[in-house]
Design a protein around this ligand. Sequence first.
Ligand SMILES: Nc1ncnc2c1ncn2[C@@H]1O[C@H](COP(=O)(O)OP(=O)(O)OP(=O)(O)O)[C@@H](O)[C@H]1O
Ligand SMILES: [Mg+2]
Length: 233
Amino acid sequence: MLLEVEGLDVKYGRNHAVNQVDLNLEERGIVTILGANGAGKSSVLKAIQGTERAGGKVTFDGTDISDWSAPKRVQAGLVLVPEGRQIFVSLSVHENLQMGAYCRNDDFQRNIESVYERFPNLKERRNMPASVLSGGEQQMLAISRALLARPKLMMLDEPSLGLSPILVKQLFKMIRELNDDGLTILLVEQNTFMALQTADRGYVMELGNVAISGEAKSLQENPKLEEAYLGQG
Ligand SMILES: Nc1ncnc2c1ncn2[C@@H]1O[C@H](COP(=O)(O)OP(=O)(O)OP(=O)(O)O)[C@@H](O)[C@H]1O
Ligand SMILES: [Mg+2]
């Protein structure tokens, strides 16, 4: 297992947002976390990244990292692309990418070229402020920036939010390509249909708990899930 989460617990004051969540992710896998608004999905990702204080145990690549700071986790290869993209709109595309590589002193130039190769749109707009990018391009920028940290595990929090159906398709294709290249992915999604088509396994959260988990295929056919989410897509 690349990631093992045991008894993860997040509290905001009296609000018990994540309640004893267990979760596993094998190397080179794609696992999705689904669930309604407020179920605790983002809190799980933030707790794994170390930006939200949490109880429980997080083991990454065989090492207990529960006490590690978020920057140390990034350096170990655990990278979150947060909800809402969080790019720096007043900085140029290129400067945004440089922020992603700050913790890496290996060959930035070569790495950034490989990002530009993957995303020619970003290369063309490298000197423009990130604010001029379309929603889809901003999402690509956020993902590219995360890739420059050379992650072993990339966590994506609702990457398809606000994208047109065509861009959603492109995004999921890209997620599969990154996975084919060896990247392990933990994906929080509202787009249950696409997420289950892309992932190997899934967890469905309800009010801070894991309500259902299993193979993506079996979740697709789970009447409980269909009733709750798939029908709305
Ligand atoms: N910083 C915070 N302070 C207080 N409460 C918070 C904080 N962040 C989240 N919460 C609460 O914790 C619960 C879980 O929130 P979380 O953002 O993890 O849910 P989510 O599943 O990601 O929802 P969404 O699908 O809307 O993004 C919610 O009730 C939310 O209001
Ligand atoms: Mg969220």
